[in-house]
Design a protein around this ligand. Structure first.
Ligand code: 4AD
Ligand code: MG
Length: 465
């Protein structure tokens, strides 16, 4: 792979080695007696510079179009330009030619344009680097939980329960006659297959609770779906969520675990994707991305109660009403993105912040009531630039409390019969959280738009805010 040469600790030690490199032509330049071909194979940011000399090699180089798949063999020699080493070609094969209409000719393309060619955009520096960092973060997640003895549980994608109770679900139906065209009528779709309405999951939490109440510490990590109407740069209709669930654990332990996960992921990205992160720092991270990530890795996260955060926000607004274009905030209001960003970016000076003990009325039914009668043991982790990165809670493990809560939230207990069983048969205090994986990817790669943090973004149509 190109990486083994261009990212080698001591590239000069490779001089004299004979290699074959296969990849895609990034740039082709043929002069009179010398030619250059940059081959990128996706293993690293920079491609390998291949040098061509001699009439026959130069004439085959002239056949290579930008974007073509090629194979070059030759010998590693000391570099004549910026790179310490390059490949002196002895043969060149075109494996797959590239038509002239190839949209990724050498120039900078806008991320918006690249979204319209999602199948080709991983051939650009930015999207390839995002893909490598994403892969590393996913691996780091599994390493983290494995090192702590968690079992990886696969929660179902098709489900009957609305975990968040927010009604933002996609329904799954069958279609008679396989008529996938717009002409298919509502009558052609049916729920008969499952004998009940079925939906794409919004969260694996409830299944994870069942397994935590059997195996102890578990996590799920998979795609989740939300029919949210918010056309923002932070919401997708299909996104991946990391959801650990821990038996015999409380809210504090869930926050400790989330802090450990984020730090461990960031630390791995810095260690294993150094070149990519440095690239994002240079081209996207206006305020020193690497410094911010290192600080996040090394410093404890802040923790503040929701009620205290609201007091801080109110004080900031009354001190200087013009400076903060915030929506009004009072105990009981859900924090808006502007509030969250002010806390993390301004008040806590770019730190990650846990806000906990939220008002019970604005949070999900399964969260455990605190003794004050007005808050629940829930937290959000706010990250600078991203806002809410994680949402978690201690779960209500007391059967009578959970039942009366479901009453308050007008949820049908029959639909959650198995969930209530977990409280009847050996109930234990337990806690967990969900981390929005694409938001973590955005954070580490300094990307503003969540559509650039996932290979093939699925989001509501319409104008973006
Ligand atoms: O806060 P949320 O809704 O929490 C849950 O779903 C819980 N059941 C998790 C749990 O306790 N096991 O979502 C968790 C996280 C959010 O903090 C956010 O990072 C991300 O998931 N998220 C989204 N990411 C992208 N697009 C969306 N539409 C998202 N909705 C939530
Ligand atoms: Mg949330």
């Amino acid at each position: 792979r190109v990486k083994n040469v261009v990212e080698a600790a001591d590239p000069l030690s490779l001089v004299g080695s004979r290699v074959v490199v296969k990849g895609w032509a990034r740039t082709v330049r043929a002069q009179k007696s010398l030619g250059f071909l940059e081959v990128n194979d996706g293993s690293s940011l920079g491609g390998l510079q291949c040098v061509f000399e001699g009439e026959s090699l130069l004439s085959s180089l002239k056949e290579v179009a930008t974007g073509a798949a090629v194979s070059v063999s030759g010998e590693i020699v000391q570099g004549g330009g910026k790179q310490p080493v390059e490949l002196r070609a002895s043969s060149l094969d075109i494996i797959g030619d590239c038509e002239k209409s190839y949209p990724l000719q050498k120039k900078r393309h806008s991320l918006e344009f690249l979204r319209s060619i999602a199948h080709l955009r991983p051939r650009t520096n930015t999207l390839a680097a995002v893909a490598r960092v994403r892969s590393t973060l996913a691996q780091a997640t599994h390493d983290y939980f494995r090192s702590k003895g968690f079992q990886y549980v696969h929660s179902p994608v098709i489900t009957a329960s609305d975990t968040e109770g927010a009604g933002e679900m996609f329904r799954v139906t069958t279609l008679a006659g396989n008529d996938l065209s717009a002409a298919a009528k509502a009558d052609d779709f049916s729920d008969d297959f499952f004998g009940t309405s079925a939906f794409l999951t919004v969260s694996g939490q409830l299944s994870a609770e069942a397994y935590a109440c059997a195996l102890g510490d578990v996590y799920t990590f998979g795609p989740t779906f939300r029919a949210e109407n918010s056309q923002t740069s932070r919401h997708l209709a299909e996104f991946w969520m990391i959801e650990p669930e821990m038996a015999f654990a409380d809210l504090g332990e869930a926050m400790d675990n989330a802090e450990g996960l984020v730090k461990s992921c960031v630390s791995k990205a810095l260690a294993e994707c150094g070149a990519d992160v440095t690239f994002f720092d240079k081209f996207y991270g206006q305020n020193g991305l690497v410094d911010r990530l290192e600080a996040l890795r090394d410093k404890p996260f802040e923790r503040i109660k929701y009620a205290d955060a609201v007091d801080l926000l109110k004080a900031a607004i009354s001190k200087d009403p013009d400076a903060w274009q915030f929506p009004d905030v009072d105990f009981g209001t859900d924090l808006a993105t502007e509030h969250e960003r002010w806390l993390a970016e301004s008040h806590f000076d770019g730190a990650c912040v846990f806000v906990y003990d939220y008002p019970r009325d604005i949070k999900a039914f399964y969260m455990r009531d605190n003794d004050d009668g007005r808050t629940v043991a829930a937290f959000d982790l706010l990250a600078p630039g991203v806002g809410e990165l994680v949402g978690g809670s201690q779960r209500e493990e007391r059967l009578h409390k959970l039942k009366s809560k479901m009453d308050d939230f007008q949820l049908d207990p029959d639909a959650y019969w198995w969930y209530l069983d977990l409280r009847k048969y050996g109930s234990v205090p337990h806690a967990g959280y969900g981390l929005g994986f694409e938001r973590l990817v955005c954070y580490v790669t300094a990307q503003d738009n969540i559509r650039d943090a996932i290979p093939f973004p699925r989001a509501a149509a319409g104008r973006r805010r």
